[in-house]
Design a binder for this molecule. Sequence first.
Ligand SMILES: Cc1ncc(COP(=O)(O)O)c(C=O)c1O
Length: 393
Amino acid sequence: MAIAQKIGGFIESSSWIRKMFEEGARLKSIHGNDNVYDFSLGNPSIEPPGEFRRYLKSIVENASPGVHAYMPNTGYPHVRKAVADFVNDEQNLAAGEEDVIMTCGAAGGLNIILKAITDADDEIITPAPYFVEYGFYADNHGGRLITVPSGEDFNLDIEAIEKAISPKIKAVLINSPNNPTGRVYPEEILMRLGDLLRKKSLETGRTIYLISDEPYRKITYDGIRVPSVLRCYPNSLMATSYSKDLSIPGERIGYVIVCPEAEDKGLLLQALALANRILGYVNAPALMQRVVGGLQGVHVDVSEYARKREMLCDGLSDFGYRFVKPEGAFYLFPQSPVADEVAFVNALQEERILAVPGSGFGAPGYFRLSFCVDDRVISDSLPGFGRALRKFT
Ligand SMILES: Cc1ncc(COP(=O)(O)O)c(C=O)c1O
């Protein structure tokens, strides 16, 4: 085999994603796109807000010389200042523009953080269910992802995290609002996590970082607000993006913000800037930096996702599906009526419904539905959800 053995293994271990994709394509070719109910992708169904296109247009029309040139690896200073001002206001912080690094989405942000802090065999702890790319990201930088179970209703289980901490710990990686559960971790539990990491940093003699992956931060329901991780623990970093809240995932724009009180912050920031450069991103896309710099606080109409959430949750609970109602993001993570959730996902496919098995998120026995789809997909698919469940109950 000419490709690296490790990548060959990754292709093999994630082959179920390919199989699902192929099965979806097969069903669509037979029944037509409109007759297959695809809940498998986290691609926002809502178009970007009008302000996005207007502002983009005005920036392109008023371009001055040099606008397409390289800039500092961390991004344009005026954009980083706009981001820092917004986050300070939102989270009651005192971050400066130097604490912000513009990145290629949240994924780029997570990779520069892991590149900056990970030594060979360092352990990164994350609660399951988790975003499946985390394992690959940790591996990209020589680290190992260690998963721990979540607590009741997918909340953080602080005791489970404590038990998993070994002398090789480098970071705890959390995601709130969570993909795939929709859970938003409450402040009280983040404070407890912060206390644990302070204690364990002293015990192990290592700085343990808390990394919070928050691309869904602005997509929450019922007035829930995502608490500030940066206020709960000094050695913390938040990675986020505009992929979901401005519906522009293809544009690859986001940022990392470092807690203003982080230890050795100057060195950490230098490491992040270098990682952005040498991972090949060089800098976040210039045009998109300038656009988001002027659109702080603008986001899609979350009430649209709230309506889709109600439609899907009401429809599924009427049939007897069991799930925790999501507090944020646009995913529902119901229990499978049988332990082998792949068998159930196959039964859904017979109804032309595409879902993702929980095993793909380290949580067998569940399946994920992305409700960032047209309302019609939800309403037309509901009878099929009913029929599939009846086969197993
Ligand atoms: C939990 C989580 N983290 C990170 C990402 C990557 O986001 P981005 O497109 O901003 O890189 C996603 C995308 O779906 C996600 O669900």
